[in-house]
Write a protein that binds this ligand. Sequence first.
Ligand code: 0O2
Length: 197
Amino acid sequence: MYKDSIVLLEGAIDEIKLKLDLIRKNKIIKNERDPISYITSRIKTEESMKQKLMRKNIPINLDNALNKVYDAAGIRIICSYVDDVFEMANILKQYDDMEVIKEKDYIKNPKSNGYRSYHLILKVPVNIERNVKKVYVEVQIRTIAMDFWASLEHEMKYKKNIKSQEMIVNELKRCADESATMDIDMMSIRKMIDEYD
Ligand code: 0O2
């Protein structure tokens, strides 16, 4: 469906990665802590895009894949601490050349299943020769613990006929809440340690 647009989608991801790389280098030069633990990125598979368009009752075509849903290109920024997540979101929102299309704070407002993450949809200019195209990128910013949880919960979605589904859903919710408490505790401990030279 969007094979010919891969270069644009990858270009948009690279634009954000370059910005993130500079932020990290600048922090290191200033002897500040690197807020990012690691970064992953992906172009959504055509199959997954078709499923998403169908789920949202949107006709399956290239224009809709690139402009009606916003996550053909996606970046995940994994931070150690919750305050780093908000710092990264604020930094990314301040660039003049990227437009913030949508913002969802699933940390302050977790989903009922326990999902936590900060989502930004950015519109990123990509220069190819003399053409500038604006490309949507979904940026998910979360802690290591939130990412660990989301990966496990995501696995459940691919399994059919899970017999103890209700129990697993409840256990996942419990883990999400416990790890959210741990995230806050770890951040508080880090802040206490930070007060010493
Ligand atoms: P995949 O396979 O990860 O690509 P909307 O803004 O509601 O119109 P959307 O895109 O459904 O559209 O918004 P939302 O809720 O911000 O979700 C976008 C992505 O966040 C999802 O993409 C997931 O990657 C992640 N996500 C959201 N909710 C959950 C959740 O409950 N569990 C997990 N593990 N991930 C979640 P996709 O396309 O659904 O999936």
